[in-house]
Design a protein around this ligand. Structure first.
Ligand code: KG4
Ligand code: ZN
Length: 352
């Protein structure tokens, strides 16, 4: 008999619910984005995020069940992201999931958001060989894990300061391109020369599989100070939901070159450490997941680099969603690894 799991995700600025069958088939996936709420502040405002989750959670869950044609009585379990993330945001999903499970006597499963991202790839890619390497790159994480088998992780390296997506968002804000920065920089970078600006990154002492992106962000800031581009930045800040043409018209070639060089450097750093760590653990399969996994430049680079098989999420599964939570919960369901009603939202939950 098939197992239907309702996944609920509310760790940051997306309220999401999905119904996943047997950890593989997405029956429905609803994501209510709060982008419009946060865009004007240039980043996620935690208090506003909690309020928006409260507004969205009931209709989003209802829609996911309706779209899947599934009633609560048919669910094998309800899975919820219990961390890491913004505590006020996580609490909305965790409390709602607990209430539903309690009222309807449905088993509750706690899922780590980072493990969820890894499952956004495992969900669809069944040729992945273990041990695999997983690189989770998002607004909150830049982590390398050895995946010995599903559910068994070992942390190999992580960022010591900014996450890769955070670097995109900060550089974007600095240059007047708004929030989130990843998608817009990704699009514009293809119009610039990636070798125009040479960024030298500090050598890592200690664990060489760790990342650091704050120096790169500071280097971009220095570049803007040396090139006096205040007027150009201000003009871009005034644009409201600009099209690609409008953005290109508001961005001189030197700035496009800067964006291309920034993106080139981030991708270099990610790919270099992915190769190093895959070698170290003898992995042939590399899973790249999280918001930054949607990056076109990174995908192209991965396809061209020999030796390893890279696996990316498809169909809008790279950014936060609940299908990945429903999928990550399935192996736990099989092991009867259920959570109690004392489950807490844990802002700094670690995977390994
Ligand atoms: O996984 P996600 O939705 O949320 C977190 O768990 O953080 O990732 C959002 C992050 C943002 O920092 C956003 O700028 C970045 O992913 N992002 C990208 C791209 N699309 C989203 N970064 C680079 N290139 C992209 N195409
Ligand atoms: Zn995420």
């Amino acid at each position: 008999m098939q197992t239907l799991i309702l996944g609920i995700e509310s760790s940051c600025d997306e309220t999401a619910a999905a119904v996943v069958e047997d950890g593989r088939h997405i029956r429905s996936s609803i994501v209510a984005s709060q982008l419009d709420t946060h865009a004007q502040y240039g980043g996620v405002v935690p208090e506003l995020a909690s309020r928006e989750h409260l507004r969205a959670i009931v209709p989003v869950v209802r829609q996911a069940l309706e779209q899947a044609g599934v009633s609560l009585a048919e669910l094998g379990a309800i899975a919820v992201t219990s961390g890491p993330g913004l505590v006020g945001s996580l609490l909305v999903g965790v409390t709602y999931a607990k209430a539903l499970c309690f009222a309807r006597q449905i088993p509750l499963i706690a899922v780590n958001h980072v493990e969820g991202h890894i499952h956004s790839v495992l969900l669809e890619q069944h040729a992945i060989r273990f041990p695999a390497l997983a690189l989770v790159v998002s607004g909150g994480h830049t982590h390398l894990f050895e995946v010995r088998e599903i559910g068994e992780y070992r942390l190999l390296g992580k960022t010591r300061d900014d996450a890769a997506g955070e670097a995109y968002d900060k550089v974007s804000k600095l240059l007047g391109f708004g929030y989130p920065g990843g998608p817009v920089i990704d699009k514009l970078a293809s119009f610039g020369n990636p070798r125009a600006v040479k960024f030298t990154l500090a050598k890592m002492k200690g664990n060489t599989l760790d990342f650091s992106f704050s120096g790169l962000k500071t280097a971009v800031l220095r570049w803007t100070e040396q090139h006096d581009i205040k007027a150009e930045i201000e003009a871009r800040r005034k644009l409201r939901n600009p099209s690609l043409e409008e953005l290109l018209a508001a961005t001189p070639q030197t700035t496009l070159d800067l964006l291309a060089s920034f993106q080139y450097t981030v991708i270099e750093e990610l790919m270099k450490r992915a190769h190093l760590s895959a070698d170290q653990i003898g992995a042939e399969s590399v899973i790249i997941a999280g918001g930054v996994a949607g990056n076109e430049g990174l995908r192209k680079q991965a396809l061209q680099s020999g030796g390893l098989h890279f696996y990316f999420p498809t169909r809008g599964l790279s950014t936060d969603n609940a299908a990945m939570i429903g999928a990550a919960a399935f192996p736990k369901f099989q092991k009867r690894d259920f959570a109690g009603f004392d489950l807490k939202a844990q802002a700094s939950l670690v995977l390994a």
